[in-house]
Write a protein of this length. Structure first.
Lengths: 192, 95
């Protein structure tokens, strides 16, 4: 039996120390995934806490024969989705209102990649992706998961993951103004 | 790039991965998040136990005494009711 399975069994028996041990094992994975998706440290902290509270609440349903990481990824993605949709519900009208007050700044003709801070530019570009594309980009590049693993986590076909990854990359290429000619264009459909 | 997908990295892949890693590499959850989690887990555990005791393990519903189920007691009930004036009561209701 794996160490995760052992800890899950202890937690199922009511041992909260096992929850602490699981938290210590997976806190960085969950936190960084949530942070990469939401771009908000406070939200990532809340999602981290809520993910492990759900693990505690629903531990009886966790199958100890399966690895725990995909279960945690799924919870993290779902909680991030809830947070992003709630934020957008309030943020978009507020931004529109501010835009009306200070003039058109949203559609600036200057390419984003011309700005100096590359990290900030990349963060903005990833934030501009749709939620489903952003999640796939984060799980694929940051968490180093395979297309099949991402499909299992999101509960969708591998083809959908490939499509989201492709369009996410293309959108990032456009937003970052990266040259799409050459080897990059040749290999874009070579996922196996 | 994920080695299991057998796809060579290009400039964009490197850029995305490097920036994603750079964006989160130095970030760690605050220590108080663990303390908050454990405190809430204790509360949740207490609530789960309370629910288990108060909602799921209810005492068995009261049962009729055996003598009430006995055939002779039904006859006795019938006679009593008839004597009290409930003429419309049929004996077959007590079968």
């Amino acid at each position: 039996m794996s160490e995760d399975a052992q800890l899950i069994r202890q937690l199922q028996a009511g041992d909260l120390e096992a929850l602490g041990a699981l938290y210590d094992r997976y806190r960085l994975t969950v936190f960084r995934t949530a942070l990469a998706i939401t771009r908000d440290t406070d939200a990532a902290e809340d999602i981290l806490q809520e993910a492990f509270l759900r693990l505690h609440a629903y531990v009886d349903r966790v199958d100890t024969r399966l690895p725990l990481a995909p279960w945690l990824y799924r919870i993290t993605v779902n909680l991030s989705y809830t947070w992003v949709t709630r934020r957008d519900k309030w943020r978009v009208p507020l931004e529109d209102f501010i835009e009306q007050l200070i003039g058109p700044v949203k559609y600036h003709p200057e390419p984003i990649a011309e700005r100096n801070d590359e990290l900030r530019v990349m963060q903005k570009a990833i934030e501009a992706l749709t939620f489903s594309q952003r999640v796939v980009i984060v799980l694929y590049y940051l968490n180093d998961l395979s297309l099949q693993e991402i499909a299992d986590i999101l509960g969708c076909p591998v083809g959908t993951v490939k499509s989201r990854l492709h369009y996410g990359r293309e959108n990032l290429r456009h937003l970052l103004d990266v040259d799409g000619s050459g080897s990059a264009a040749e290999v874009q459909y070579e996922f196996t | 790039m994920n080695s299991r997908d057998q796809r060579p990295m290009d400039e964009l892949d490197l850029l995305i991965r490097a920036n994603l890693l750079q964006g989160v590499a130095a970030r760690r959850p605050a220590p108080q998040t663990r303390r908050r989690l454990m405190a809430r887990a204790v509360e949740q555990q207490s609530r789960k136990r309370w629910l288990a005791v108060h909602l799921f393990i209810q005492p068995a519903p009261p049962r009729l005494a055996d003598w009430e189920n006995a055939a002779w007691s039904r006859v006795a009930y019938f006679s009593l009711l008839r004597n009290l004036g409930f003429a419309g009561v049929s004996f077959y209701q007590f079968r």
